[in-house]
Design a protein around this ligand. Structure first.
Ligand code: HEC
Ligand code: HEC
Ligand code: HEC
Ligand code: HEC
Ligand code: HEC
Ligand code: HEC
Length: 287
């Protein structure tokens, strides 16, 4: 909390925003999230999903401002969270919302580091999935490792998606009572059905792409998939660009879009120059 000492020079705008944010917080949020943000307000007792501990920097700091603003203005379901986090757009204007966020940031323990200020990434054309599964919450906020869920990546051609049982390992309890998106996991489990996730990244049938050698060569997932941990919905920015690719094979330059042949080959050439043995011959990728 920021306290203005008597006789102090004019407070920087940030400090004034934080103070006004605190006043708004005390009025609107403390009943659930508690006076100090710890999630222990008087109304918290009756809620199945506990109000978040807004002072826990480990969980809050990786969440971009846009995420917090969206949850505060449009309610928990705007990011897949429980509807017991109500929308406040009728009670807080955008300026006031920003003040509340400034106040929440000031509560964080450990404090937020400047390099944690990373915006959300929106990819046009990202599909609607059967369950609103948010990588921002799982991979950024809770810091679950990519390979915990995509466990086949280092040992097979496919990265794989987590089974319903793997989701239930955590969600037997978390969110099961009052989050309709998490309820859906239990419904699929009850019907013994796999969750019909819509496939996002794909190369054509006649092309062979194996994950294993890439993970072994320590190519980061994000090099090829973008910053998934900052995507509310995963999307791929791709498309076939044959003429472009064939030109590049004979040495004419122009940027290659992700997942195109030129993109594979560019990286293979660059890696081979550093001593890797990535294929450039047609049959390895097309057999
Ligand atoms: C009626 C109780 C209630 C009130 C009032 C309330 N919240 Fe919440 N809030 C919740 C609950 C419950 C959750 C947890 C939802 C979940 O995890 O699915 C939550 C979650 C959040 C989150 C998401 C945190 C995270 O880790 O993803 C933010 C941010 C938040 N609240 C901010 C606020 C702010 C700011 C206010 C006041 C303007 C407020 N809340 C008022 C109940 C409330
Ligand atoms: C290692 C534990 C873990 C696993 C595994 C896990 N989750 Fe979660 N999940 C969490 C936590 C923690 C939250 C945040 C809960 C909260 O704040 O209310 C969460 C939140 C959610 C939410 C609500 C917010 C959002 O992301 O939209 C959904 C829906 C969800 N999980 C779906 C899934 C699905 C589907 C799977 C399996 C593919 C899965 N989870 C696997 C821990 C896990
Ligand atoms: C808690 C489990 C979980 C974690 C952790 C997780 N993912 Fe995912 N991932 C999923 C689920 C479920 C889907 C399918 C739904 C979707 O596309 O969002 C998915 C989809 C994807 C896709 C798109 C797959 C396709 O259809 O082409 C990519 C790429 C991806 N994840 C990469 C990552 C990366 C990179 C990380 C780490 C930064 C990560 N994931 C962390 C569960 C997880
Ligand atoms: C060198 C680029 C590259 C790297 C590195 C990479 N991927 Fe992929 N990934 C792809 C391509 C290309 C596809 C589409 C493959 C296909 O259609 O057969 C894909 C598909 C996927 C899919 C969906 C299909 C499947 O394989 O199950 C998931 C999930 C995925 N990747 C996650 C990850 C994760 C997690 C990592 C890091 C551990 C990672 N990827 C690293 C390029 C990459
Ligand atoms: C490193 C892997 C790799 C190598 C080596 C490679 N390709 Fe490809 N090729 C791809 C990928 C990936 C695609 C799919 C691109 C897309 O969908 O835009 C593709 C697509 C194609 C297509 C179809 C394009 C279309 O739009 O249908 C042809 C034809 C092709 N490659 C020919 C070749 C020939 C000939 C060679 C050898 C000179 C070669 N490729 C070498 C990865 C490779
Ligand atoms: C960001 C860099 C990068 C991108 C992009 C990339 N690769 Fe690779 N690829 C590598 C590296 C590094 C290796 C491993 C070389 C080694 O083991 O020495 C490799 C190896 C391979 C292998 C050889 C596997 C084996 O068993 O020897 C194939 C096949 C392959 N890549 C296909 C593709 C295809 C298809 C694409 C595009 C869809 C692609 N790669 C995109 C870096 C990349």
């Amino acid at each position: 909390m920021v306290v203005l000492r008597p006789g102090a020079v004019a407070a920087p705008p940030a400090a004034r925003d934080i103070q006004q944010g605190k006043a708004l917080y005390d009025r609107q949020c403390a009943t659930c999230h508690g006076a100090s943000g710890r999630g222990d307000g008087p109304s918290a007792g009756g809620l199945a999903t506990k109000p978040a501990d807004l002072a826990d920097g480990r969980i809050m700091n990786p969440l971009p401002d846009e995420f917090l603003i969206n949850v505060i203005r449009r309610g928990g379901p705007a990011e897949g969270l429980a509807p017991t986090m109500p929308p406040f757009e009728k009670f807080l204007d955008p300026g006031q919302t920003a003040q509340v966020v400034a106040y929440l940031r000031s509560l964080a323990q450990p404090p937020r580091r400047p390099e944690q200020e990373q915006p959300l990434v929106h990819v046009a054309g990202a599909p609607r999935q059967p369950i609103f599964f948010n990588h921002v919450i799982h991979a950024s906020s809770f810091g679950i490792a990519c390979e915990y869920c995509h466990a086949d990546a280092r040992r097979s051609d496919f990265a794989g998606l987590p089974s319903v049982d793997r989701c239930l390992g955590c969600h037997k309890i978390i969110g099961a009572q009052d989050n309709p998106e998490i309820r859906k996991i239990h419904d699929y489990a009850g019907r013994a059905e796999a969750i019909p996730w819509v496939r996002v990244f794909r190369v054509p049938e006649f092309t062979y792409f194996p994950h294993k050698p890439h993970i072994r060569a320590r190519v980061a997932c994000q090099t090829c998939h973008g910053p998934v941990e900052r995507m509310r919905v995963v999307g791929a920015d791709t498309g076939p660009r044959l003429t472009n690719d064939l030109k590049r094979l004979v040495g004419l330059t122009s940027p290659a879009p992700p997942l195109s042949m030129g993109w594979c080959i560019d990286c293979h050439r660059a890696e081979n120059a550093k001593g890797a043995k990535a294929p450039l011959d047609c049959v390895t990728c097309h057999h």
